[in-house]
Design a protein around this ligand. Structure first.
Ligand SMILES: [Zn+2]
Length: 305
């Protein structure tokens, strides 16, 4: 077969691809972030977001237990502190809790100092709940700033899962040559774009039939399997934990397992695998040095009207 990925990484046990159903456990962090003064009267939105913590996490944890797989759940520090039962359940299942801000802040709207405070608050919450600081980070709303990489490296995180620069893991490096692993994804792996229709919050996409959404996810999985890629989702408990969608996720996992030669892993395990390959000189990843463009390009013409 014509290979469409140049130099894919070798996966453990000769697997054809790696899979991590990385979830973002946002719960009502979004509500409190976007409606700080009147969140109390937005009960409908609050109830839908709470569904993620109260109903969906136990359901998803049961699915993952059934299949014997472990996941990464990126969780804002506020959610870690306010939904301890859900976090306990995830820890019992051996799942990884990743950093996802404190209250789902869009950090590229913050000063460097404020972004650092948010990072510290999230680390503290996860460390307190799990006994160890987080290994990985996913930037809320994908709002990775010009300071994010610097801060992640300074605070000892080993990987990021926010960017979209490849179909396989790669390294993002800063000017002093220090780097972390990037586990990229695309909007086609994001359940938000298939299902989220919340009038209260003005997030309204046409709601896809679960089978149609799975077609999109499965096409990316099949391609990753064909060419040695990484399939990692951006799913949300309150979105993909809904009943019919959870059923469809069961079908997707069954499909992946029947196809075989798939490495199901947490994001931390995938990042550690990549780190190991690089350290032993067994594989050379793509390296992206930040910032991409230190200065804006010279423009030969600007709009005059
Ligand atoms: Zn999120």
């Amino acid at each position: 077969m014509l290979s469409l990925i140049d130099n894919p990484p070798p996966w453990p046990n000769g697997a054809r691809c790696a899979v991590s159903f990385a979830y973002d456990f946002d719960a009502e962090s979004l509500l409190h972030l976007y409606y700080p003064t009147d969140s109390a009267r937005r009960l409908s939105l609050a109830s839908t977001l709470r569904y993620g913590a109260r109903v969906a996490i136990p359901r998803l944890a049961a699915i993952w237990r059934h299949f014997g797989i472990r996941q990464t759940v990126f969780t804002p520090g506020w959610c870690v502190e306010h939904y301890p039962e859900a976090i306990e359940l995830l820890l019992e299942g051996g799942h990884e809790i990743g950093h996802h801000g404190w209250l789902h802040e869009r950090v590229n709207q913050l000063s460097r100092g404020d972004e650092e405070r948010v990072l510290e608050a999230g680390i503290r919450a996860i460390e307190k709940a799990t006994g160890a600081p987080p290994v990985g980070y996913r930037c809320p709303s994908g709002a990775f700033s010009e300071h994010t990489l610097d801060l992640l490296i300074d605070y000892g995180l080993r990987y990021d899962a926010s960017l979209g620069g490849h179909d396989i893991p790669y390294l993002v490096e800063r000017s002093d040559g220090r780097a972390i692993v990037e586990l990229p994804h695309d909007a086609s792996h994001d359940d938000w774009n298939q299902y989220v229709h919340l009038k209260d919050a003005n997030w309204q996409v046409p709601v896809a039939a679960p089978a149609r959404a799975r077609e999109t996810f499965q096409a990316d999985f099949d391609a990753a399997w064909n060419h040695g890629g990484l399939w990692t989702a951006v799913f949300h408990p309150f979105v993909s934990g809904r009943l019919a969608r959870a059923e469809e996720q069961v079908r997707l996992i069954e499909y992946m397992m029947e196809k075989g030669d798939v490495w199901f892993a947490t994001c931390a395990e995938i990042a550690a695998h990549i780190d190991g390959l690089v350290a032993r000189g067994e594989w050379t990843p793509m390296v992206e040095r930040l910032p991409f463009w230190p200065e804006p390009p010279e423009q030969v013409a600007l709009p005059s009207r």
